[in-house]
Design a protein around this ligand. Structure first.
Ligand SMILES: Nc1ncnc2c1ncn2[C@@H]1O[C@H](COP(=O)(O)OP(=O)(O)OP(=O)(O)O)[C@@H](O)[C@H]1O
Ligand code: SF4
Ligand code: SF4
Ligand SMILES: [Mg+2]
Length: 452
């Protein structure tokens, strides 16, 4: 989108230059660190942990001397602590690039802060089913209209696997999450099973064991955490409620749980309003894990966080999954974030699953035309991007969805009247990959190869 980019740290412009050059050869260690935190195309929990930036932003005015990034910079030396770096300017491929770093020529040699060892994958293959949902629909009555937020969704989740849910705003991701959690009741005809046993639709009808087994982490931890309570009290409450622990046993579990979510002990006495977004999200994750859940639904848990904190939370979720064989339904509108953590991905549009496949296959194709458009608009930092597909028009109202294929009003690959009149079939693209489209899989593949 931008021709030039500026990178701000603690109120200072630490790097600035042509976007292509800053991304290809960043010259400030902070920029280098930020880029390494991002789950780039092709990265997943199996390829390695994401890097993070250690420490946190300095308080305003707390660094009177030297480079403001020095406390977090692994290249810092005596000179950095003494002399604030001036803006160094170099001529790069597309224009002038500026970086406030004494060692800007070797910024990219910044050592990693997080061990890159891959998180061993949950194999998925031989694992039993953890959660199964069939024919989930949800219609909200709004005024005199019926809003069909989720339409006939069926999905399975095996133990230790992550199913990513991707879709634009209003595609029904949160409603689907709430249906699984029993926080809203589905329309007639749905069935839910947890570990092979029938799961009541409403959370109020579920057993204590079922409630603790199925937990949620929201995008905004503030909505779930009482700001006036201390971190200790919030986690302890969940341990009493979900794990029925008291006294010494509760204290011990509180310690192991806060260690597991990498929440430093010094924060236990803090009120949540005093915590940063990343720390609050760790408290929310600790609470969700208090009763050793089988399935955790993560509804955009990192979209309110900066990329370094996001990387730390994604690493944490991957570690917890490996340690506890918990399954995730991981919701995000960011395909690369979803790809990083997911074993399988489902793409939602107007409350319907358009495509579902193993995570790598979503990128390799063939893709549903909506997925294709989503992928083309995902930011590629290495400059290698397919032509961006801009979808015409607005998202239709869920109260009045288009006939036939609900995507037909915006689909760049629409083949004719059939798209407007008939619900598309579910086509098998092999390897557990299903695409709902009138175009046969081979044709779709050929069309997409031709244009890539
Ligand atoms: N309680 C409700 N009452 C009426 N309509 C609702 C309600 N909750 C959701 N909807 C509608 O259902 C549709 C799906 O909403 P939902 O919040 O599930 O989407 P989403 O994919 O989570 O979106 P976002 O990415 O913005 O979080 C939208 O059209 C929304 O307006
Ligand atoms: S001047 Fe020193 S501390 Fe500051 S960013 Fe450069 S190497 Fe790091
Ligand atoms: S069925 Fe038709 S309108 Fe729908 S995605 Fe396929 S080509 Fe596009
Ligand atoms: Mg949502």
């Amino acid at each position: 989108m931008c021709d030039r980019v500026g990178v701000l740290y603690a109120g200072k412009l630490v790097e600035e230059g042509p976007a292509a050059d800053v991304f290809a050869k960043p010259r400030h260690p902070y920029t280098v660190g930020l880029l390494r935190c991002l789950p780039r195309a092709g990265r997943s929990k199996e390829t390695g942990r994401l890097d993070t930036i250690p420490g946190s932003l300095p308080l305003p005015g707390s660094i009177a001397q030297g480079c403001i990034f020095a406390p977090r910079c692994k290249l810092a030396d005596e000179r950095c602590l003494k002399d604030a770096p001036p803006p160094y300017r170099v001529a790069s491929a597309h224009g002038d690039q500026m970086a406030r770093c004494h060692y800007h020529e070797r910024a990219e040699t910044l050592p990693r802060s997080t061990d890159e060892a891959p998180v061993p994958a949950a194999s998925g293959e031989a694992s039993p089913l953890a959660l199964s949902a069939r024919n989930l629909s949800k219609t909200f009555r709004v005024g005199d209209e019926d809003v069909r937020a989720v339409h006939d969704v069926s999905l399975d989740l095996v133990q230790g696997e992550t199913l990513g849910l991707v879709g634009g705003s209003g595609s029904g991701k949160t409603t689907l999450a709430k249906l699984l959690l029993g926080l809203v009741s589905p329309d007639r005809g749905a069935t839910l099973e947890l570990d092979g046993a029938s799961l009541p639709e409403r959370v109020t009808r579920r057993s204590g064991e079922q409630v603790k087994s199925l937990q949620i982490v929201f995008q905004n931890p503030d909505s779930a955490l009482n700001r006036a309570h201390s971190v200790r009290r919030l986690i302890a409450r969940s341990l009493s409620k979900l794990a029925a622990l008291h006294g010494q046993a509760k204290e011990e579990r509180l310690r192991t749980l806060t260690e597991a979510v990498r929440l430093p002990e010094r924060y236990l006495g803090s009120r949540t309003r005093q915590l940063s977004g990343g720390l609050k999200q760790r408290v929310a994750i600790a609470r969700a894990f208090a009763g050793d859940p089988r399935v955790v639904v993560c509804d955009e848990p990192t979209s309110a966080l900066d990329v370094s904190v996001q990387a730390a939370i994604l690493n944490l979720l991957a570690d917890l999954q490996r340690e506890r064989r918990v399954s995730y339904v991981f919701i995000s509108h960011d395909l690369h974030v979803v790809r990083y953590l997911s074993d399988r991905i489902a793409i939602l549009y107007l409350g319907r699953i358009m495509e579902i496949s193993r995570a790598a296959d979503v990128f390799d194709g063939p893709q549903h035309p909506y997925t294709e458009a989503l992928l083309s608009s995902a930011p590629a930092l290495d400059g290698a991007r397919a032509k961006r597909i801009r979808l015409p028009g607005e998202l239709p109202s869920a109260a009045d969805p288009p006939s036939g294929c609900v995507f037909h009003t915006r689909c760049p690959r629409k083949i004719g009247d059939i798209c407007e009149t008939e619900t598309p079939p579910c086509r098998d693209a092999g390897n557990d990959h299903a695409i709902h489209c009138h175009i046969p899989v081979d044709e779709l593949r050929a069309l997409q190869r031709q244009e890539s």
